[in-house]
Design a protein around this ligand. Structure first.
Ligand code: 6PG
Length: 256
């Protein structure tokens, strides 16, 4: 199921996302006594984290039952300005009563392929699903994603082999356009989630968003298109600037 919600501006987008986070957390905790979320990097998700840290939202989440993972990480130390862990910690995790043991960062400071392997082992243990062979995959209650102006999401960039990954949940890869290594959840793990929410803001993303949502299906060019939860809900939260190129009513391509 795919929904799109257009909010007037970036502030409205962050509020809608925070409300959704609170609702999903409450639902998962009521059903399974825990809420497992994969956080994203990027400035749009950062506004959500800052809002979730305010008393208005923070008091509505049962933080000791929230388990935090990351959708992707840059290969830097946890205190580095580029670290997605650092961003989420400073914007959110330092300000809410979440136990340190519930925070499972990707270790960007070690050899990238080791970090990806380690992350998969952590997910395997947490979700109690053996890796490989089986059809089942770790199932996050929520995967939060941003989208770059080039249509990338998490650290799935155009033209990268990770887009075709069929088995692994997490991979490390060298991204030529960034001249850097990245560690990322694969489409296998993202599409196994119960909920995936994209947060997209700003005019700079309007053209690509129009292509991602209504253009031909070409995920090797527009990686965000590969996100299609198999048995979950996909929600696009978009501000009106980013929605500028969307036809109304929005039409969705159905190709997979
Ligand atoms: C990262 C992200 C990445 C990000 C998008 C959008 O580590 O960079 O996970 O996928 O979400 O690039 O970022 P903005 O919201 O800053 O445009």
């Amino acid at each position: 199921m795919t929904d799109i919600k257009i909010l007037p501006d970036a502030v409205g987008l962050a509020r809608a996302a925070a409300e959704h986070f609170v609702t999903l957390a409450a639902g998962a905790i009521a059903a399974r006594e825990r809420f497992a979320v994969a956080l994203s990097g990027g400035s749009t998700p950062q506004a959500l984290y800052a809002l979730l840290a305010t008393p208005e939202f923070a008091r509505r989440v049962d933080w000791p039952r929230v388990y935090v993972f990351w959708g992707d990480e840059r290969c830097v130390s946890p205190g580095h300005p580029d670290s997605n862990y650092r961003m989420a910690r400073e914007a959110l995790l330092d300000h809410v009563p979440i136990p340190a043991d519930n925070i499972h960062r990707i270790r960007g400071e070690i050899e990238p392929t080791w970090a990806a392997d380690e992350c998969e082992r952590v997910l395997q243990r947490f979700f109690d699903v053996p890796l490989g062979g089986e059809k089942r995959c770790a199932r996050f209650d929520l995967v939060l994603l941003g989208m770059g102006e080039d249509g990338h999401t998490a650290s799935l960039f155009p033209g990268t082999a990770a887009l075709g990954e069929q088995k692994r949940w997490v991979v490390a890869h060298y991204v030529d356009r960034l001249h850097a290594w990245r560690i990322t959840l694969t489409p296998v793990a993202i599409n196994a989630a119960a909920n995936v929410v994209f947060l997209v803001s700003g005019l700079g993303k309007a053209k690509q968003l129009g292509q991602v949502l209504a253009g031909p299906y070409q995920p090797e060019v527009l990686p965000a298109q590969i996100v299609r939860p198999t048995d979950g809900r996909l929600l696009w939260l978009v501000d009106s600037a980013a929605a500028a190129h969307l036809a109304r009513p929005v039409t969705f391509h159905t190709a997979r």
